[in-house]
Ligand binder design. Structure first.
Ligand SMILES: [Fe+2]
Ligand SMILES: [Fe+2]
Length: 386
Protein backbone atom coordinates (compact mmCIF):
# COMPACT_ATOMS: atom_id res chain seq x y z
CA UNK A 1 0.00 0.00 0.00
CA UNK A 2 1.47 3.38 -0.92
CA UNK A 3 1.34 6.36 1.42
CA UNK A 4 -1.18 8.05 -0.82
CA UNK A 5 -3.67 5.23 -0.35
CA UNK A 6 -3.92 6.40 3.25
CA UNK A 7 -4.65 10.01 2.25
CA UNK A 8 -7.80 11.29 3.90
CA UNK A 9 -10.71 12.60 1.89
CA UNK A 10 -12.41 15.95 2.38
CA UNK A 11 -15.00 14.42 4.71
CA UNK A 12 -12.31 13.39 7.19
CA UNK A 13 -10.26 16.56 6.85
CA UNK A 14 -13.01 19.19 6.66
CA UNK A 15 -16.10 17.41 7.97
CA UNK A 16 -17.72 17.69 4.50
CA UNK A 17 -17.15 16.08 1.09
CA UNK A 18 -17.37 19.28 -0.91
CA UNK A 19 -15.21 22.16 0.32
CA UNK A 20 -17.93 24.53 -0.98
CA UNK A 21 -20.89 22.80 0.70
CA UNK A 22 -23.01 25.81 1.66
CA UNK A 23 -25.05 24.15 4.41
CA UNK A 24 -22.00 22.63 6.07
CA UNK A 25 -20.20 25.99 6.02
CA UNK A 26 -23.21 27.81 7.48
CA UNK A 27 -23.59 25.14 10.17
CA UNK A 28 -20.27 26.26 11.66
CA UNK A 29 -21.34 29.20 13.81
CA UNK A 30 -20.31 30.78 17.05
CA UNK A 31 -22.74 29.36 19.61
CA UNK A 32 -21.69 31.43 22.59
CA UNK A 33 -20.95 34.98 21.49
CA UNK A 34 -20.92 36.22 25.11
CA UNK A 35 -18.27 33.74 26.22
CA UNK A 36 -15.37 35.45 28.04
CA UNK A 37 -13.09 32.49 28.79
CA UNK A 38 -12.47 29.70 26.27
CA UNK A 39 -10.39 26.69 27.34
CA UNK A 40 -8.55 24.40 24.87
CA UNK A 41 -6.48 21.32 25.78
CA UNK A 42 -2.98 21.77 24.43
CA UNK A 43 -1.99 18.07 24.74
CA UNK A 44 1.75 18.64 24.76
CA UNK A 45 4.74 17.98 27.01
CA UNK A 46 6.86 20.96 28.01
CA UNK A 47 10.38 20.16 26.82
CA UNK A 48 13.61 21.15 28.55
CA UNK A 49 16.82 20.99 26.58
CA UNK A 50 20.19 20.76 28.35
CA UNK A 51 21.96 21.66 25.11
CA UNK A 52 22.49 25.40 25.56
CA UNK A 53 24.79 25.89 22.58
CA UNK A 54 23.66 29.25 21.25
CA UNK A 55 23.96 29.61 17.48
CA UNK A 56 23.79 25.88 16.71
CA UNK A 57 21.10 26.99 14.25
CA UNK A 58 22.64 30.18 12.81
CA UNK A 59 19.57 31.35 10.86
CA UNK A 60 17.40 31.20 13.98
CA UNK A 61 20.09 32.85 16.06
CA UNK A 62 20.33 35.70 13.56
CA UNK A 63 16.56 36.11 13.66
CA UNK A 64 16.67 36.29 17.48
CA UNK A 65 19.31 39.04 17.42
CA UNK A 66 17.26 40.94 14.84
CA UNK A 67 14.09 40.60 16.93
CA UNK A 68 15.76 41.98 20.06
CA UNK A 69 16.76 45.17 18.27
CA UNK A 70 13.45 45.60 16.43
CA UNK A 71 11.11 45.81 19.42
CA UNK A 72 8.77 48.80 19.48
CA UNK A 73 6.31 50.17 22.00
CA UNK A 74 2.66 50.18 20.98
CA UNK A 75 1.84 52.98 23.41
CA UNK A 76 4.61 55.42 22.53
CA UNK A 77 5.71 54.65 18.94
CA UNK A 78 2.29 55.12 17.27
CA UNK A 79 0.47 58.45 16.75
CA UNK A 80 -2.61 57.69 18.91
CA UNK A 81 -3.62 61.37 18.90
CA UNK A 82 -4.60 60.98 15.21
CA UNK A 83 -8.28 61.76 14.67
CA UNK A 84 -9.74 58.94 12.56
CA UNK A 85 -12.23 60.17 9.97
CA UNK A 86 -14.69 57.34 9.31
CA UNK A 87 -15.82 58.96 6.02
CA UNK A 88 -12.28 58.48 4.75
CA UNK A 89 -12.25 54.91 6.02
CA UNK A 90 -15.39 54.33 3.93
CA UNK A 91 -13.88 56.04 0.87
CA UNK A 92 -10.74 53.87 1.05
CA UNK A 93 -12.49 50.60 1.86
CA UNK A 94 -10.87 47.53 0.30
CA UNK A 95 -14.10 46.47 -1.41
CA UNK A 96 -15.74 48.75 -3.97
CA UNK A 97 -19.47 48.10 -4.60
CA UNK A 98 -19.02 49.30 -8.19
CA UNK A 99 -16.19 46.84 -8.97
CA UNK A 100 -16.26 43.97 -6.52
CA UNK A 101 -17.79 40.98 -8.36
CA UNK A 102 -19.64 39.69 -5.29
CA UNK A 103 -21.07 43.07 -4.31
CA UNK A 104 -22.10 43.69 -7.94
CA UNK A 105 -23.93 40.37 -8.14
CA UNK A 106 -25.64 41.12 -4.82
CA UNK A 107 -27.10 44.34 -6.27
CA UNK A 108 -28.98 42.57 -9.06
CA UNK A 109 -32.78 42.67 -8.82
CA UNK A 110 -34.03 40.18 -6.25
CA UNK A 111 -30.63 39.96 -4.55
CA UNK A 112 -30.03 41.07 -0.93
CA UNK A 113 -28.25 44.36 -1.68
CA UNK A 114 -30.60 45.50 -4.45
CA UNK A 115 -31.51 49.20 -4.14
CA UNK A 116 -28.97 49.88 -1.44
CA UNK A 117 -28.29 53.59 -0.97
CA UNK A 118 -25.23 55.51 0.14
CA UNK A 119 -26.15 55.10 3.82
CA UNK A 120 -26.22 51.30 3.67
CA UNK A 121 -22.97 51.08 1.73
CA UNK A 122 -21.22 53.39 4.20
CA UNK A 123 -22.52 51.29 7.08
CA UNK A 124 -21.32 48.10 5.42
CA UNK A 125 -17.81 49.48 4.87
CA UNK A 126 -17.56 50.52 8.54
CA UNK A 127 -18.87 47.16 9.73
CA UNK A 128 -16.37 45.39 7.48
CA UNK A 129 -13.58 47.44 9.03
CA UNK A 130 -14.82 46.64 12.57
CA UNK A 131 -15.07 42.98 11.64
CA UNK A 132 -11.72 42.76 9.86
CA UNK A 133 -9.76 44.38 12.67
CA UNK A 134 -11.64 42.33 15.27
CA UNK A 135 -10.64 39.11 13.50
CA UNK A 136 -7.04 40.38 13.24
CA UNK A 137 -7.12 40.95 17.00
CA UNK A 138 -8.46 37.46 17.73
CA UNK A 139 -5.92 35.91 15.35
CA UNK A 140 -3.17 37.82 17.16
CA UNK A 141 -4.26 36.29 20.45
CA UNK A 142 -4.11 32.90 18.75
CA UNK A 143 -0.53 33.71 17.76
CA UNK A 144 0.28 34.78 21.32
CA UNK A 145 -0.92 31.45 22.74
CA UNK A 146 0.62 29.33 19.97
CA UNK A 147 4.01 30.96 20.31
CA UNK A 148 4.00 30.60 24.09
CA UNK A 149 3.32 26.92 23.41
CA UNK A 150 6.27 26.76 21.00
CA UNK A 151 8.56 28.17 23.71
CA UNK A 152 7.58 25.15 25.80
CA UNK A 153 7.52 22.43 23.17
CA UNK A 154 10.27 23.09 20.61
CA UNK A 155 13.39 21.08 21.49
CA UNK A 156 16.01 23.59 20.22
CA UNK A 157 17.42 26.39 22.39
CA UNK A 158 17.79 28.87 19.49
CA UNK A 159 14.11 28.36 18.67
CA UNK A 160 13.04 28.81 22.31
CA UNK A 161 15.00 32.08 22.42
CA UNK A 162 13.47 33.36 19.21
CA UNK A 163 9.93 32.25 20.09
CA UNK A 164 10.14 34.19 23.35
CA UNK A 165 10.62 37.42 21.36
CA UNK A 166 7.63 36.51 19.23
CA UNK A 167 5.50 36.12 22.38
CA UNK A 168 6.31 39.76 23.21
CA UNK A 169 5.58 40.82 19.61
CA UNK A 170 2.17 39.13 19.68
CA UNK A 171 1.22 40.71 23.01
CA UNK A 172 1.94 44.07 21.40
CA UNK A 173 -0.14 43.18 18.34
CA UNK A 174 -3.18 42.16 20.40
CA UNK A 175 -2.74 45.35 22.41
CA UNK A 176 -2.59 47.74 19.44
CA UNK A 177 -5.47 46.17 17.49
CA UNK A 178 -7.64 46.19 20.65
CA UNK A 179 -6.76 49.82 21.33
CA UNK A 180 -7.49 50.82 17.73
CA UNK A 181 -10.88 49.08 17.85
CA UNK A 182 -11.77 50.64 21.21
CA UNK A 183 -10.65 54.18 20.54
CA UNK A 184 -11.00 54.70 16.76
CA UNK A 185 -13.72 52.38 15.44
CA UNK A 186 -17.33 51.67 16.35
CA UNK A 187 -17.56 48.13 17.67
CA UNK A 188 -16.02 44.70 18.21
CA UNK A 189 -17.06 41.38 16.71
CA UNK A 190 -16.65 38.02 18.46
CA UNK A 191 -14.18 35.57 16.95
CA UNK A 192 -15.34 34.09 13.64
CA UNK A 193 -16.34 30.42 14.09
CA UNK A 194 -14.08 29.14 11.27
CA UNK A 195 -11.08 31.02 12.64
CA UNK A 196 -11.84 29.78 16.15
CA UNK A 197 -12.07 26.19 14.93
CA UNK A 198 -8.69 26.51 13.23
CA UNK A 199 -7.02 28.13 16.26
CA UNK A 200 -8.44 25.40 18.52
CA UNK A 201 -7.13 22.69 16.16
CA UNK A 202 -3.66 24.22 16.11
CA UNK A 203 -3.44 24.51 19.92
CA UNK A 204 -4.95 21.05 20.31
CA UNK A 205 -2.33 19.20 18.26
CA UNK A 206 0.29 17.44 20.35
CA UNK A 207 3.13 17.67 17.80
CA UNK A 208 5.33 20.77 18.22
CA UNK A 209 5.87 21.29 14.52
CA UNK A 210 2.11 21.42 13.85
CA UNK A 211 1.87 24.60 15.92
CA UNK A 212 4.39 26.17 13.56
CA UNK A 213 2.63 24.92 10.44
CA UNK A 214 -0.79 26.11 11.57
CA UNK A 215 0.32 29.43 12.99
CA UNK A 216 3.61 30.63 11.46
CA UNK A 217 3.05 29.25 7.95
CA UNK A 218 -0.72 29.35 7.45
CA UNK A 219 -2.33 31.91 9.80
CA UNK A 220 0.58 34.35 9.84
CA UNK A 221 1.30 33.85 6.14
CA UNK A 222 -2.26 34.90 5.44
CA UNK A 223 -2.06 37.75 7.96
CA UNK A 224 1.08 39.12 6.35
CA UNK A 225 -0.68 39.27 2.97
CA UNK A 226 -3.90 40.72 4.44
CA UNK A 227 -2.03 43.39 6.43
CA UNK A 228 -0.05 44.28 3.31
CA UNK A 229 -3.23 44.69 1.29
CA UNK A 230 -4.88 46.88 3.90
CA UNK A 231 -1.68 48.88 4.40
CA UNK A 232 -1.54 49.58 0.67
CA UNK A 233 -5.17 50.76 0.50
CA UNK A 234 -5.72 52.70 3.69
CA UNK A 235 -4.96 56.40 3.84
CA UNK A 236 -5.70 56.58 7.54
CA UNK A 237 -2.25 57.49 8.91
CA UNK A 238 -2.49 55.80 12.31
CA UNK A 239 -3.68 52.48 10.87
CA UNK A 240 -1.06 52.69 8.12
CA UNK A 241 1.74 53.11 10.64
CA UNK A 242 0.32 50.44 12.93
CA UNK A 243 0.16 47.93 10.08
CA UNK A 244 3.65 48.81 8.91
CA UNK A 245 5.07 48.02 12.33
CA UNK A 246 3.03 44.86 12.79
CA UNK A 247 4.12 43.64 9.33
CA UNK A 248 7.81 44.08 10.21
CA UNK A 249 7.28 41.65 13.07
CA UNK A 250 5.03 39.28 11.09
CA UNK A 251 7.64 38.83 8.35
CA UNK A 252 10.10 37.58 10.99
CA UNK A 253 7.47 35.24 12.40
CA UNK A 254 6.76 33.63 9.04
CA UNK A 255 10.52 33.35 8.43
CA UNK A 256 10.83 31.62 11.83
CA UNK A 257 8.30 29.05 10.65
CA UNK A 258 9.95 28.47 7.28
CA UNK A 259 13.48 28.17 8.75
CA UNK A 260 12.46 25.82 11.58
CA UNK A 261 10.24 23.51 9.57
CA UNK A 262 12.70 23.28 6.67
CA UNK A 263 15.13 21.50 8.95
CA UNK A 264 12.51 19.35 10.67
CA UNK A 265 10.72 18.24 7.49
CA UNK A 266 13.95 16.91 5.97
CA UNK A 267 13.72 14.00 8.39
CA UNK A 268 10.05 13.14 8.03
CA UNK A 269 8.66 10.08 6.24
CA UNK A 270 6.11 10.29 3.43
CA UNK A 271 3.35 9.30 5.82
CA UNK A 272 4.33 12.03 8.30
CA UNK A 273 4.53 14.59 5.50
CA UNK A 274 1.07 13.59 4.28
CA UNK A 275 -0.38 14.49 7.69
CA UNK A 276 1.24 17.94 7.39
CA UNK A 277 -0.11 18.36 3.85
CA UNK A 278 -3.62 17.48 5.04
CA UNK A 279 -3.37 19.95 7.90
CA UNK A 280 -2.18 22.71 5.55
CA UNK A 281 -5.19 22.08 3.31
CA UNK A 282 -7.59 22.11 6.26
CA UNK A 283 -6.13 25.41 7.47
CA UNK A 284 -6.40 26.95 4.00
CA UNK A 285 -10.09 26.09 3.71
CA UNK A 286 -10.90 27.31 7.25
CA UNK A 287 -9.25 30.63 6.44
CA UNK A 288 -11.05 30.90 3.11
CA UNK A 289 -14.32 30.27 5.02
CA UNK A 290 -13.57 32.89 7.62
CA UNK A 291 -13.48 35.56 4.90
CA UNK A 292 -17.09 34.81 3.99
CA UNK A 293 -17.76 37.21 6.93
CA UNK A 294 -21.08 35.67 7.93
CA UNK A 295 -21.25 37.91 11.03
CA UNK A 296 -21.17 41.12 8.98
CA UNK A 297 -24.13 40.09 6.81
CA UNK A 298 -25.99 39.11 9.94
CA UNK A 299 -25.36 42.48 11.57
CA UNK A 300 -26.40 44.31 8.39
CA UNK A 301 -29.70 42.43 8.51
CA UNK A 302 -29.34 40.85 5.04
CA UNK A 303 -29.83 37.21 4.11
CA UNK A 304 -26.62 35.49 5.21
CA UNK A 305 -27.21 32.34 3.19
CA UNK A 306 -27.63 34.19 -0.10
CA UNK A 307 -24.57 36.36 0.54
CA UNK A 308 -22.38 33.38 1.44
CA UNK A 309 -23.66 31.53 -1.62
CA UNK A 310 -22.77 34.46 -3.88
CA UNK A 311 -19.30 34.65 -2.37
CA UNK A 312 -18.71 30.94 -2.86
CA UNK A 313 -19.82 31.19 -6.48
CA UNK A 314 -17.48 34.07 -7.20
CA UNK A 315 -14.61 33.18 -4.89
CA UNK A 316 -14.88 29.43 -4.66
CA UNK A 317 -14.64 27.73 -8.02
CA UNK A 318 -13.67 30.65 -10.23
CA UNK A 319 -11.95 32.73 -7.61
CA UNK A 320 -12.17 35.98 -9.52
CA UNK A 321 -11.72 38.13 -6.44
CA UNK A 322 -8.18 39.56 -6.41
CA UNK A 323 -8.23 40.29 -2.67
CA UNK A 324 -9.32 36.78 -1.83
CA UNK A 325 -6.63 35.35 -4.10
CA UNK A 326 -3.83 37.53 -2.78
CA UNK A 327 -4.44 36.23 0.72
CA UNK A 328 -2.68 33.05 -0.36
CA UNK A 329 0.28 34.76 -2.01
CA UNK A 330 2.63 34.07 0.93
CA UNK A 331 1.26 30.71 2.01
CA UNK A 332 1.66 28.87 -1.29
CA UNK A 333 5.34 29.70 -1.99
CA UNK A 334 6.24 28.93 1.62
CA UNK A 335 4.49 25.56 1.40
CA UNK A 336 6.44 24.92 -1.79
CA UNK A 337 9.75 25.78 -0.14
CA UNK A 338 8.95 23.33 2.66
CA UNK A 339 8.25 20.52 0.19
CA UNK A 340 4.57 20.41 1.16
CA UNK A 341 3.29 21.03 -2.36
CA UNK A 342 5.21 18.25 -4.05
CA UNK A 343 5.63 15.35 -1.62
CA UNK A 344 3.36 12.35 -2.01
CA UNK A 345 2.70 12.84 -5.71
CA UNK A 346 1.88 16.52 -5.33
CA UNK A 347 -1.16 15.87 -3.09
CA UNK A 348 -1.30 19.44 -1.75
CA UNK A 349 -0.63 20.93 -5.19
CA UNK A 350 -3.81 19.23 -6.41
CA UNK A 351 -5.77 20.43 -3.39
CA UNK A 352 -4.55 24.02 -3.78
CA UNK A 353 -5.52 23.80 -7.47
CA UNK A 354 -9.03 22.77 -6.44
CA UNK A 355 -9.43 25.91 -4.33
CA UNK A 356 -7.72 28.04 -7.01
CA UNK A 357 -4.71 29.34 -5.15
CA UNK A 358 -1.88 27.38 -6.79
CA UNK A 359 -0.91 30.29 -9.09
CA UNK A 360 1.27 31.83 -6.38
CA UNK A 361 3.69 28.91 -6.09
CA UNK A 362 6.59 30.75 -7.73
CA UNK A 363 6.20 34.01 -5.83
CA UNK A 364 8.92 34.94 -3.31
CA UNK A 365 8.97 32.85 -0.15
CA UNK A 366 9.36 34.50 3.24
CA UNK A 367 12.57 32.83 4.44
CA UNK A 368 14.61 36.01 3.93
CA UNK A 369 12.03 38.68 3.18
CA UNK A 370 11.95 39.99 6.75
CA UNK A 371 15.12 42.06 6.26
CA UNK A 372 13.45 44.26 3.66
CA UNK A 373 10.27 44.64 5.73
CA UNK A 374 12.01 45.86 8.88
CA UNK A 375 10.35 49.26 9.12
CA UNK A 376 11.41 49.80 12.72
CA UNK A 377 15.10 49.58 11.79
CA UNK A 378 14.52 51.87 8.79
CA UNK A 379 12.77 54.47 10.97
CA UNK A 380 15.59 54.36 13.54
CA UNK A 381 18.23 54.76 10.84
CA UNK A 382 16.33 57.69 9.35
CA UNK A 383 16.06 59.32 12.81
CA UNK A 384 19.80 58.91 13.41
CA UNK A 385 20.83 60.46 10.10
CA UNK A 386 18.31 63.32 10.37
FE1 LIG B 1 1.10 39.15 15.20
FE1 LIG C 1 2.95 37.05 14.30
Amino acid sequence: MSTLDAAKGNADILGRDDANDLDAILAITNHDVDEIIHAVKDNADAIFTWDYEKGARPALSKLYEKAKSSQWNGETDLPWDTVVDLDKVVANAPRDPAEDPVLLAAQEPGQPLHNWGEKEWAELMIEMQNWTLSQFMHGEQGALLCTAKIVETVPWIDAKYYASTQVMDEARHVEVFAKYLDTKLTGHYPVNAHLKMLLDDIINDSRWDMTYLGMQIMVEGLALAAFGFMHMLTEEPLLKQLLRYVMSDEARHVAFGVLSLKEHYEHLTDAEMLERQEFAFEAAVRMRDRFLQQEVWERMGVDVRTMVKLQLEHEGDKNEDPFQQLLFSKIVPNCKKLGLLDRNGGWLRKKFSEINVIQFEDWADTGEEYESLDEVAKDRQAAETA
